[in-house]
Design a protein around this ligand. Structure first.
Ligand SMILES: O=C(O)CCC(=O)C(=O)O
Length: 265
């Protein structure tokens, strides 16, 4: 297959990514493609709910999780909720989502960021924030991954919006430039998950940016960037997928399988 190199970052985008920790590309996918992603989301949720019935359930700080095979499924935080919050990894549950692993509009910018000739998947997840869906507190991804990866600086994310993102429905938000500090201290509050959330003392909310984007947009962001999102106060779902890549040849986070991703030769 012949592939064009047309989607890589421009010099200005790369500079912005390095300075600010993120780059946004609005409206990258067509309505038809977004419709395909919505079908993929529905299929993945249906299958994940079936898998969850056979999995091992547990709670951390009152939050409900199920592990089955390589999947971790997280439910909304209200007691007994059957609303899915996160499925990780998700690509193998729907062909319409698996296509994103070879999607050049994601991979070529990732190649610009990493400056390497070939890429592999690190992880991916579906984040479904239904009406009333809960917030993601301020955090960096790197402290989650540092125990499983020896190259945590080289794990850039891309979030793809399957719906409009705005303040009301809990769009992604970030602290501009916060990636430059590397892994920051977590909260010491006696909770099980507290250490994964960034200590509020090192967060300067004056530098907060909201990613209010249209459906089918891409938000590329650094693994050290402090980010999170608010509750969904709207009456519509706010669905998204986050994919994380790494230089080729390394195993992925959950399955341990090495999933190399195609790039132009
Ligand atoms: O879905 C969101 O709004 C944020 C998700 C997030 O930060 C994460 O999964 O690490």
């Amino acid at each position: 297959m012949v592939m064009d190199r047309q989607f890589g970052f421009s010099d200005q985008e790369l500079k912005r990514y390095k300075d600010e920790g993120f780059v946004v590309r609005q409206g990258v996918f067509t309505d038809e493609e977004i419709h395909g992603f919505h079908l993929g989301v529905e299929e993945a949720i249906e299958t994940a709910l079936q898998l969850a019935r056979q999995g091992k359930s547990y709670t951390l700080d009152g939050k409900s999780f199920v592990d089955f095979a390589e999947y971790t499924i997280q439910f909304e935080h209200t007691p007994e909720s059957k609303d899915l919050r996160v499925i990780e990894p998700v690509h193998s549950l729907a062909e319409n989502l698996a296509v994103l692993l070879s999607e050049q509009r994601l991979l070529q910018p990732m190649q610009s960021i990493l400056g390497c000739s070939a890429l592999a998947l690190w992880t991916n997840k579906l984040n479904c924030k239904g009406p009333g869906g809960s917030a993601f507190d301020w955090h960096q991804d790197s402290p989650y991954w540092v125990h499983d990866s020896g190259h945590v600086d080289l794990l850039p994310n891309v979030m793809i919006s399957f719906d409009s993102f705005d303040r009301e429905n809990g769009c992604l938000r970030a602290i501009v430039g916060s990636h430059k500090a590397g892994c920051l201290p977590g909260r010491v509050d006696g909770s099980q998950l507290g250490g994964f959330y960034t200590d509020s003392k090192v967060i300067d909310l004056a530098d907060e940016v909201l990613f209010e984007v249209c459906p089918g947009s891409l938000i590329f962001f650094d693994p050290h960037l402090i980010h999170g999102s608010g509750e969904n106060k709207s009456s519509n779902s706010r669905r998204a997928m986050i994919l994380t890549f790494q230089p080729a040849g390394h195993p992925s986070l959950k399955s341990g399988e090495t999933i190399n991703c195609p790039l132009p030769g």
